[in-house]
Design a protein around this ligand. Structure first.
Ligand SMILES: Nc1ncnc2c1ncn2[C@@H]1O[C@H](COP(=O)(O)OP(=O)(O)OP(=O)(O)O)[C@@H](O)[C@H]1O
Length: 320
């Protein structure tokens, strides 16, 4: 399971405001990719464009041989069945129990009998650790549980692609750690292609196979996690290490002279940034989060390990 998404030359603007231009990348089938970028760089717009909710100005999005940007509403409806989406707040119906919320896509899009719906809903609730909470209303549970319920709902139609819009927003670090493990486990179990938009650097460092970074209306870089973690590109480095020093400013991009001075200071070791020294900001290629014991790992995990070892030896970076 899991399908590839090939994006070529994609440009999106609203009126005269260009959001991003000439974005090209391939989300490999069955892998986890993360899209990073400062606020307002159009990450959510990117997700909406992939599912055909927004039309780009130019470019193509190829999924199973079809270009999403050129499909009519009827065909788009079919392609959308390949997708499961986890919205920021879980997007649950407040007046429905968790069970009914999770059953909703099955009742809406299939003619399956209630007995089968029950089997599927309970299976997905079990996968996300929500057994026993079937009758709860969304307002009666924590934010973390709501996200997991949203995830169970995104899973019921067995999608080939799952899009996560800031799954970790509003969660404490422990809940984020559990959610990350759940994401890695679900990816190994379902084999679906995952794309996660997040601001959480720790998650971006450990969870994905691939990382992309949007900045200044461009896709600065997209590639294997280990390549980006070892990258010397100033924007990538600043973002992945959560530093103030670098091209990304508080509200606006900084001028070139200021960036140069900050980077020179950093190199000279005069200024270690808000999080302290090298180790504290987690530099280097940190290890991948592995699927939990007992979960059968898809064959690609071996290839990932080989690829990472290759980068480590090329970059001379030691994995932890
Ligand atoms: N439907 C729309 N019409 C006009 N402008 C829009 C529309 N949707 C988004 N925008 C604009 O596109 C830009 C990017 O928005 P988007 O929400 O995708 O950013 P983001 O990177 O997801 O931000 P954040 O990280 O803060 O969630 C913003 O300037 C926003 O105002």
């Amino acid at each position: 399971m899991g399908v590839e998404i090939r994006v070529e030359g994609l440009t999106k603007s609203f009126g005269r405001q260009v959001i991003w231009q000439d974005v090209s990348l391939t989300l490999p089938a069955g892998e986890i990719s993360v899209m990073l970028g400062p606020s307002g760089t159009g990450k959510s717009v990117f997700l909406k464009t992939l599912v055909g909710l927004l039309r780009p100005d130019r470019g193509s999005i190829t999924i199973e041989g079809r270009d999403v940007t050129r499909l009519r509403e009827r065909e788009l409806y079919e392609v959308r069945k390949l997708f499961g989406v986890l919205f920021q707040d879980g997007a649950l119906f407040g007046s429905m129990s968790l069970y009914d919320n999770i059953a909703f896509p099955l009742r809406e899009h299939t003619r399956r009998p209630e007995s089968e719906i029950r089997r599927i809903v309970l299976e997905k609730m079990d996968m996300v650790g929500l057994i026993g909470a079937e009758e709860k209303l969304p307002g009666e549970i924590s934010g973390g549980m709501r996200k997991r319920a949203g995830l169970a709902r995104a899973l019921v139609l067995e999608p080939e692609i799952i899009l996560f819009d800031e799954p970790d927003s509003g969660l404490d670090p422990v809940r984020v750690a559990y959610l990350n493990q759940l994401i890695v486990d679900l990816n190994a179990q379902t084999g679906a292609t995952f794309l996660i938009v997040t601001h959480d650097i720790a998650s971006a460092r450990q969870v994905p196979d691939n990382i992309g970074l949007l900045f200044r209306r461009e896709l600065v870089m997209f590639g294997p996690r280990d390549t980006l973690l070892a990258s010397g590109e100033p924007v990538v480095k600043q973002f992945l290490h959560g530093r103030m020093q670098g091209p990304i400013g508080m509200a606006e991009e900084k001028d070139a002279a200021q960036v140069e001075q900050e980077l020179a200071e950093l190199d000279a070791g005069e200024h270690r940034g808000p999080r302290g020294g090298k180790g504290a900001s987690g530099e280097g290629v940190s290890p991948r989060l592995l699927p939990s014991p007992g979960i059968v790992r898809p064959p690609r995990w071996e290839a990932i390990a080989e690829r990472e070892a290759e980068v480590w030896s090329r970059e001379g970076v030691k994995g932890a």
